[in-house]
Design a protein around this ligand. Sequence first.
Ligand code: MN
Length: 504
Amino acid sequence: MSEKELIQNILRMAGEDRNLVERACDFAQQKHAGQTRFSSEPYFVHVLHTAYILCELGSSSTTIAAGLLHDTMEDAGVTYKEIEELFGGEVAFIVEGVSKLGKLRYHGADRHNESLRKFFVAMSQDIRVLMVKLADRLHNMRTLAFIPETKRLRIARETLEIYAPIAYRLGIRKINRELEDLAFPFVYPEEYKKTIEFVKSQAGGKDQEDLEKFLRSIKKELALSKVPVVRTEYRVKGLYSVFKKISRRDKQNIYDVLAVRIITPSTDDCYRALGVIHASWRPLPGRIKDFIAFPKPNGYQGLHTTVLTGSEQTVEVQIKTEEMYLDGEYGIAAHASYKETGGRAKGQGFKWISGLLSGSAMRNHSDAKDAPKWIKELVEYQKTKGSPMTDELHGDFFSHRIFAFTPNGDVIDLPINATPVDFAYAVHSEIGDHIHGAKVNGKMSALDTPLANGDIVEILTRAKSKPNARWLNFAKTASARKRIRMKTEKKEAADKKAPRKKAR
Ligand code: MN
């Protein structure tokens, strides 16, 4: 897409406040004038792509405007105040959040990745900050080949370890899949090649023509049984997702490399469609999964089965409603959009997803009545508070947790009111056992100081220092308490056994 086409498309999908988006677009163009990317393209093109991805997610005008402005603070010296005055507090808040997140660095310490992901979400405070950051990262990954080789690996790893899982958690499978597949060849080049070979061998005889033929006969059977179908499609499993599956289970066969999807108007129709399909094609035992009655932890819903299509070929069939489909592909993005704009989705929000969306499907979707519980709560919360703060989401991810740093940037995940003693034991029991003192944000601090989110904690150790039973009065983590008890009891026992020199 040319620069001009991008702008046209963004304005077409700009949502309720087209004027805001248009002004943000002009402002970004002006501020990034003369700047170029590694690809030698104008920098402005990057922010256009970022905004366009946000449009594709059905974002609101506010989020799209923030997408256009997301690098103006960091790279063009624009201030928070300036953005606030020109585009309002919400846009400024999102842009600031994105700029802050840009400063976080991934250190590749595997054991803390989960904590870093949580911290990342906590830092972002607002789901829209994450959306802009994900869109920004997606475009950066699409153009990764232009970035100097020395930086490439770090960015690709960070994408695989931090960004892709966040997209997955938020249920935005579409972005999750693309991020994974863009990063995969850079992070694991050998495994990538092997996975391609594997997929080729699995897909073997099943080419597109076979699948189309199979889909035609499914549609025929469903029509004969009067089960309504909104539409059908194929889905090819992401390569990284295949790789994870083969390495996890050491499996020779993966049945869902290729899958067909059947979208029906109602949940009832899903079950009827499954019955018709099983009556016509033999299902593989153990491959029938009811994610409608038992949704996946991230809220995913649908019926899955694997059937023999004849000549020993198997195909996974996924049956779901349009709402389940939208939730599965766009997750919180679909709901965030609904939340922000009230009824906008009815008119235009999701039109781009599929020209085949029926009006009733969209209306039902706007009711969000089948949304995963935590998303519903989030939507409710934001409606009543009118605030973008995602406390409900926080509750889900961070009930009573804080995140502190080691001096070299590792994130330590701790319960609220945890102390330097808990921190030390969380890093390593040997460090806990030899605490001599602690510096919090560079200042010597008492060992019972409650730590706060984002504190940098340095533990000073001495070989002769030992745990003290008094620490039990303030240590919060089970691991620290257990170890302190063990060490101090041993000492007491040893003291009792030892001959009392003074008594003699
Ligand atoms: Mn950017």
